[in-house]
Each structure stands twice: as C-alpha cells, then as structure tokens.
Write a protein that binds this ligand. Structure first.
Ligand SMILES: C[S@@+](CC[C@H](N)C(=O)[O-])C[C@H]1O[C@@H](n2cnc3c(N)ncnc32)[C@H](O)[C@@H]1O
Length: 205
C-alpha cells in the first residue's frame, strides 16, 4: 500500500527533472487519458475530478507556491494516484514539455484577468499559447473556459473562434458538468457574490 509520503513525492512534477517532452504513460504508469488544468489554484476542480474519475490522469499547473503545496498535500491525503502537480508557468511548461496530440482536455478556469490596461500583456491566453493548446490536444480533445471577467472572456473567445482547429461544442463536457454547478474555488466565491460567469467549451476536430 502506498503511503501518503510516497504519494507526495510522486505527485510533484519538477521541471528540473525534465529535459524533453513528457511521456505520460511513463509518468502515470498507465495509458489513461490526460487532462490538464491551467492555474488550478487551491485545486477544488482537479481534486474532485481526480476522485470522481480514477481512470483519467489529471495534471494541475499552478504558479503560486502556496497553492501548489496545498493541492499536492490534499491530493496525497486522499491517496490520489491519478494526479500530478507542477509549480511553474503553464505557458512555458506546455510549450516545452507537452507532446503533440497527447492531451484529452484543457481546463482554464478564472485565469488572472490583469484588468489594468498596462498589465494586459501579462495575460496568459494569447495567440502563441493557443497554438500550443491546439498542437497538444488530441483530435476530439476539448478546451473548457470559464471566467467572471467579460472583457477577457471576449478576448479569449475571439482568439479561439478565429482558430481553424477548434469548434464550439454544444455544451461543456459531461464529466465537467457532472461535478455540479460550482466547480472551482473562484466559482464558489463568485457564484455566492451573484457575479455572472461566462463559460464556453471547444473541441478539436
Ligand atoms: C484567479 S485564480 C483561479 C484559480 C482556480 N482556477 C479557480 O477557479 O479557483 C488564477 C490562478 O492561476 C494561477 N496562474 C496565473 N498565471 C499562471 C501561469 N502563467 N501559470 C500557472 N498558473 C498561473 C494563479 O497563481 C492563480 O492561482
């Protein structure tokens, strides 16, 4: 039986251990589909997903050390063997280490909106970032986006809808919907405050 300490070691992906594109089968020890959450925060979505879908492998990327540790420890406490967490910049990680046609779904929930005009260039969701999402998704793979910030939402949607690789889905994926109306930590907070949530799903053809 794996102890939480062993799981703690196993859960962390460290970029310093990587020198090329990741072999997911080797990393997880199985050939299950891989889903990535970008900016997983305190991990409500990814941990609930990993518990509900043990046959899906989940990767959470979180830049903030505090949240990264939180997700790592919570995942270990729950003995989750289908979750890995990385503390770094999601854009760089995907560009450098995620293989072509290898990801079944990306989850991008409440990305930092950087509302001040002079900070907008810090936004993660840009053309080259989208290019790597497209490159790394399998055919039929999905991108699910949610935010409370309408101006950033419109910017992301405009970029995606100009893509000739991604098509709008009728609805969000069933496995995401099945987690209920409130899925992430920020969603919980914003729904309680009565803020509108903007969300859309896309599929690679
Ligand atoms: C507004 S929070 C949302 C967290 C979570 N998705 C939720 O809905 O509860 C945005 C998160 O993205 C993380 N983040 C921002 N830029 C990032 C980047 N380039 N790479 C990885 N994580 C990032 C932040 O540290 C923060 O935890």
């Amino acid at each position: 039986m794996t102890t939480p300490v062993e799981i703690l070691d196993q859960i962390e992906i460290s970029m310093s251990d990587l020198n090329d594109r990741i072999d997911w089968t080797e990393l997880f020890g199985n050939m299950n589909p891989v889903e990535i959450e970008i900016g997983c925060g305190k991990g409500r979505f990814i941990i609930n997903s990993a518990m509900k879908y043990p046959d899906i492998n989940y990767v959470g990327i979180e830049r903030a050390l505090r949240y990264f540790r939180f997700v790592k420890e919570r995942s270990a406490k729950r003995n989750l063997t289908n979750i890995r967490v990385l503390q770094d910049d999601a854009g760089y990680f995907i560009e450098r280490f995620v293989p072509d046609h290898s990801v079944t779904a990306y989850h991008i929930y409440f990305p930092d909106p950087w509302p001040k005009k002079r900070h907008r260039k810090r936004r993660l969701f840009k053309q080259d970032f989208l290019g790597h999402i497209e490159r790394t998704l399998i055919s039929g793979g999905t991108v699910d986006i949610a935010t409370d910030y309408v101006e950033y939402y419109e910017e992301m949607i405009a970029l995606i809808e100009a893509s000739d690789v991604l098509n709008k889905m009728e609805d969000i994926p069933e496995r995401v919907k099945s987690l209920g109306e409130i899925r992430t930590n920020f969603e919980t907070k914003y729904v309680a405050e009565g803020r509108p949530i903007y969300r859309k799903g896309y599929e690679k053809h």
